[in-house]
Design a protein around this ligand. Sequence first.
Ligand SMILES: Nc1ncnc2c1ncn2[C@@H]1O[C@H](COP(=O)(O)OP(=O)(O)OP(=O)(O)O)[C@@H](O)[C@H]1O
Ligand SMILES: [Mg+2]
Length: 112
Amino acid sequence: MKKIEAVIRPSKLEEVKDALSQYGIQGMTVSQVMGCGKQKGRVNVYRGQEYTINLLPKIKMEIVLADNQVDEVVELIVKTARTGEVGDGKIFVSPVDNAVRIRTNAAGSDAL
Ligand SMILES: Nc1ncnc2c1ncn2[C@@H]1O[C@H](COP(=O)(O)OP(=O)(O)OP(=O)(O)O)[C@@H](O)[C@H]1O
Ligand SMILES: [Mg+2]
């Protein structure tokens, strides 16, 4: 199992959520977060402010899924969340050791 953490623009949440649902993803966790990337949160570049960091509102989606779904889902998120402007976001993929559905005690991929 892997976890995809996708940080995207809030304006793209509905579209990405719909695409994931259409793909067949059922479980996800979505949070409102603040963040910055290379531009340190600047929308425009001003001289003399190189050292300040501005945090912009973003959406973080966390999805735990089977290894063989990762590439397709990453591709789907990239395709749906991209505008081509800076600040489109980033996707991180990491390994997940286990998952447990609390109601049934199902573990591993049966819990997803
Ligand atoms: N290295 C990182 N670690 C953790 N979170 C990050 C990292 N880079 C970006 N993020 C998160 O992703 C959001 C969007 O990043 P952003 O798309 O601006 O990345 P970027 O590297 O500056 O690329 P771009 O040049 O396209 O803007 C940030 O607000 C932050 O929440
Ligand atoms: Mg950026």
